[in-house]
Design a protein around this ligand. Structure first.
Ligand code: GTP
Ligand code: MG
Length: 217
């Protein structure tokens, strides 16, 4: 019984995700679903991205958190158009939530739409939101072993952003071995080594986003 409920839930979500995908296509928005553990730096990366992409792209963000609108306020201050979803305890976003939130952002006609998922490396990977690509984020403070222990999202992601590399000297994170494990999990994936604090790696990340947006149109 439990399995059937789970299946129905995922099927209903998949149907709505297809509708979202078609809507995003018609509106000319390239959509990226960003997935990582809590606090690994999703909002910080998107704040910097919105500032760096500035004139080139209209950046929209749909941001999911269990509670508070703090991330949306941060992102709006950084120049993005951000809409907050509060899941009230749910550990991931669903396609229906994103559909509702997109209605608020649609009049702004974003060319690049990020969905910052709820901080969680596991459940969000199971829910298609209608995005064109998933991007995983992993901070150097979390430990080198995370891709091997939570492989699902890294296998699916078009790119992984390794964040907070300014903290490398203060951690035991082994960048070389992490890069090797990521390559083994998903040889096609782009990997960016970044710091939102120092700006390292962000120009390369933004170039990739530009190419991604152009290829998606
Ligand atoms: N040193 C350093 N700190 C960072 C960097 N990026 C983010 N932080 C800090 O890490 C903390 C969490 O960053 P957020 O951007 O809020 O992380 P998040 O993934 O959006 O968090 P949730 O939305 O709660 O899952 C904040 O105190 C940031 O200032 C970075 O590149 N270097
Ligand atoms: Mg955040």
């Amino acid at each position: 019984m439990k399995v059937e409920i789970g299946k129905n839930l995922l099927c209903a979500n998949a149907d709505q995700a297809d509708k979202n995908r078609e809507l995003f296509r018609r509106r000319g928005a390239a959509v990226i679903n960003i997935i990582s553990s809590p606090g690994s730096g999703k909002t910080a990366l998107l704040e910097k991205t919105a500032q760096l992409m500035g004139d080139k792209f209209k950046t929209g963000v749909i941001v999911g958190d269990l509670y508070t609108d703090r991330d949306a306020r941060r992102l709006n201050s950084a120049g993005a158009t951000a809409v907050q979803i509060n899941t009230d305890g749910l550990c991931h976003l669903t396609a229906a939530m994103v559909f509702q939130a997109f209605k608020e952002i649609e009049p702004e006609n974003p060319d690049l739409l990020f969905i910052e998922n709820v901080g969680n490396l596991v459940c969000p990977a199971a829910f298609d939101l209608g995005e064109n690509a998933k991007v995983a984020l992993l901070s150097v403070a979390e430990g080198t072993d995370k891709p091997a222990k939570y492989p699902g999202i890294f296998r699916e992601a078009a790119a992984t952003v390794i964040s907070k590399v300014d903290l490398l000297p203060y951690t035991d994170f082994d960048l070389t071995s992490c890069l090797t494990e990521l390559k083994e999990l998903n040889g096609k994936m782009e990997v960016f080594v970044t710091s939102a604090r120092t700006g390292e790696g962000l120009a390369k990340w933004c170039r990739w986003l530009e190419e991604f947006a152009a290829a998606t149109k």
